[in-house]
Design a protein around this ligand. Structure first.
Ligand code: ADP
Ligand code: MG
Length: 677
């Protein structure tokens, strides 16, 4: 018997050459092959009667040949075979091109399955080049994604061999399978590929979806593993009120509540694991600062990690403001920080002189260590994976974890992405914010939008124009930021100062561009999406977004959140010439609401979870068969089962669960996570 880890070349039908083709589909081991699930199925189980067969639709008919096959040579290399069949309900013409072998099987009186598209010529039905199958093929047939040289048929054949020659070991405890009414693994693999019935297929799917979701949930739990008896740096005194009292504004009650929830967690003596969700502009940074301040005053160091340099600089500036006069010593660490400065920062982090460090993944550097790291805060925007978080956490002694996210997502989904973090929500905006009005226009009236922008610039306000790409020629028909900025500063906006911002500028150049804009020296900033997150220039009141159809809804929402941060009435103009229904729907949503939750949910519905989270950006593996929206009910079951399992056996070492561990490791390996060490 073969085992699932063996190479597919152990199968008789697969030699080196074919193995190369399979490799292109990502299939190397027998396990890969077994997990190469059909794209869909041909249902040959219940043939329709000829009289009821709908024209122009693929269907399966079971009929007897009623006339000898006629042969017509059309050209030198073209022979057409024609015959008639009947199933008692009606007759049908069959036409076959050039396939002598198929035609020869059609003896008068013999019965076959005919699978193909029915056409109706007047009342006479006809099937052209149908697949002709023996009656024994009356079953549900898998259809696989194929590549050149590797047809669905060949793949099915290899799978038949694999299923009969491989020892498939069950890795779930029987008790668990029974409790969830799940079918055995071998049976599930066998029925997902060659279903013995519709209900067997359904059961197989449920079992395999459950496996995938449970494995993922276990992985998340193991990655963020906290033993229940672990002790964390304790917060003895709450300094959040003291912190808030020093701010130039009154915190919203949502901000106070969120800060109190975090402090409450940290008093428990166990590591906090909490997610702070809040729409753009809801004031998450101030809450994070209050929480950090409390930790620092309780003798800990705090580390704040954000995904981009711009965002770090921005946060760093806000934190400096927040901490002014408090005696908190802060520092900023980026990839681009000069080596000499880095060295000093490392020393001062190790000695405990620096209380608070803001940085990109530069914080993950091996030679960086803390004297007493007590809290890790990450600003995620879906850009960190669980593993990066884990890596920063490992630099402390069970520090608290506080995750900030501006993309509000339903609770069930946050379970998937963030594991078992508790959630605080900022569901209230600071007062005085003006609603951002949003319009969608076609490029024909772009000049009018420009005039509208100029009116604002003349009043001393500022504006953004967002383009999807950097350079010309990356994709036809799209407006590039560089070219765009050049053009408008020579034409429509020649009397204004125009800045240009994009991802390929060096950190220093970006900084220069951003500060010129923040100081108001630049009136109009043309930018790519690098300013999507965090950038905070309250004097900017208008944003125009070119090729708006190119952006996801959540991204548009983030971008739009760059305006409406001051007191001036703000507006966002979406420019698109795309007429598709999806685009129309998306623009309608953007113009109709500024509620981040509504937008995130719509986005999720329109794009599906894969794209919504940005493939692989979130550090979670992609699914082969599960769909976290469609399979929400199975997800909930898997979630509670994962909880049950990790409560009993947090490290998956007992005999019952040890077999699950390599599966979890394998799933997370795809995303480059060394999951379980
Ligand atoms: P978020 O990170 O949630 O998008 P920020 O923390 O960046 O929001 O806050 C946006 C702006 O609002 C900042 O300039 C911040 O100083 C200010 N702000 C935060 N909380 C309040 C409040 N309660 N009242 C007034 N302004 C606030
Ligand atoms: Mg912010």
């Amino acid at each position: 018997m073969l085992s699932t880890g063996d190479s597919i070349t152990r199968l008789k039908s697969i030699g080196e050459k074919r193995a190369g083709l399979f490799a292109r589909l990502g299939v190397k081991t027998i396990y890969d092959l077994l997990s190469f699930f059909p794209r869909h199925y041909d249902d040959l189980t219940s043939p329709v009667s000829i009289s009821e067969a709908l024209p122009e639709q693929k269907c399966c008919v079971k009929a007897k040949v009623t006339a000898p096959v006629g042969e017509h040579r059309i050209r030198k290399n073209m022979v057409i075979y024609k015959t008639k069949v009947s199933d008692g309900s009606a007759g049908m013409n069959i036409t076959i091109f050039n396939n002598r072998y198929a035609a020869a099987a059609l003896k008068v009186g013999s019965e076959h399955l005919f699978y193909g598209k029915v056409t109706a010529n007047f009342l006479q039905k006809e099937m052209s080049s149908p697949e002709i199958l023996p009656q024994s093929e009356q079953r549900i047939r898998p259809v696989y994604r194929q590549t050149d040289g590797l047809s669905s048929k060949i793949i099915a054949y290899a799978l038949k061999q694999a299923l009969s020659e491989t020892y498939i070991e069950e890795y779930m405890p029987r008790e668990l399978l029974e409790r969830h009414g799940l079918t055995g693994l071998k049976e599930a693999y066998s029925n997902i590929h060659f279903p013995s019935s519709h209900s067997a297929l359904k059961d197989a799917r449920r079992r395999l979806i459950f496996d995938e979701l449970l494995t993922m949930q276990l992985g998340i739990k193991l990655l963020s593993r906290v033993k229940s008896d672990i002790s964390a740096p304790a917060v003895k005194t709450d300094y959040t009120s003291e912190f808030f009292a020093g701010l130039p504004f009154e915190p919203t009650s949502a901000q106070r509540r969120a800060a109190a929830e975090a402090v409450e967690d940290m008093r428990s003596g166990r590591p906090m694991k909490r997610l702070l969700q809040g729409d753009v502009g809801s004031g998450k940074t101030a809450v994070a600062a209050a929480v950090c301040y409390t930790c620092i005053k309780n003798g800990m160091q705090a580390a704040f990690m954000a995904p981009t340099a711009i965002l770090c600089e921005q946060h760093y500036r806000s934190f400096l403001n927040f901490f002014r006069g408090t005696g908190v010593k802060s520092a900023l660490l980026l990839g681009s920080t000069p080596a000499r400065e880095k060295k000093i920062i490392y020393e001062q982090l190790a000695s405990g002189e620096i209380d608070f460090i803001v940085g990109t993944h530069a914080l993950l550097n091996d030679s960086l260590s803390f004297k007493s790291l007590g809290i890790v805060i990450t600003d995620e925007q879906h850009r960190f994976g669980v593993e990066q978080r884990a890596s920063l956490i490992s630099k402390g002694n069970n520090p608290h974890l506080y995750v900030m996210s501006a993309t509000p997502i339903p609770r069930t989904l946050s379970l998937v992405v963030y594991g078992d973090l508790k959630v605080s929500v900022l569901d209230e905006m600071p007062p005085g914010r003006t609603e951002i009005k949003t319009y969608c226009i076609s490029s024909r009236i772009r000049e009018r939008a420009y005039n509208y922008i100029k009116k604002h610039l003349d009043k001393g306000l500022q504006a953004y124009i967002i383009c999807p790409l950097i350079e010309q020629g990356e994709d036809e028909g799209l407006v590039s930021a560089e070219e765009y900025a050049g053009k408008i500063s020579r034409t429509s906006f020649r009397n204004y100062s125009v800045g240009l911002m994009h991802g390929r500028l060096s950190a220093r150049e970006k900084d220069a561009v951003m500060s010129a804009f923040a100081r108001g020296e630049t009136q109009l900033l043309v930018s790519t999406t690098v300013i999507e997150v965090g950038v905070d220039v309250p004097n900017a009141a208008v944003m125009l977004i070119e090729n708006a159809e190119r952006f996801g809804l959540s991204q548009l929402h983030q971008l739009r959140g760059r305006v409406g941060r001051g007191t001036a009435e703000s507006c966002c103009i979406l420019v698109t010439d795309n007429q598709s229904e999806t685009t129309k729907r998306r623009m309608q949503i953007m113009c109709g609401t500024t509620d981040g939750f509504v937008i995130a949910n719509e986005d999720l519905k329109l794009r599906g979870p894969g794209e919504f989270f940005g493939n692989r950006q979130h550090g979670l593996p992609s699914f082969k068969i599960a769909d976290i929206i469609r399979d929400m009910d199975i997800l909930m079951q898997a979630q509670s089962e994962a909880e049950r399992i990790t409560e009993r056996d947090a490290g998956l070492i007992s005999r019952d669960y040890a077999a699950l561990k390599p599966r979890v490791a394998a799933l997370f390996e795809q995303v480059g996570v060394d999951a379980l060490n």
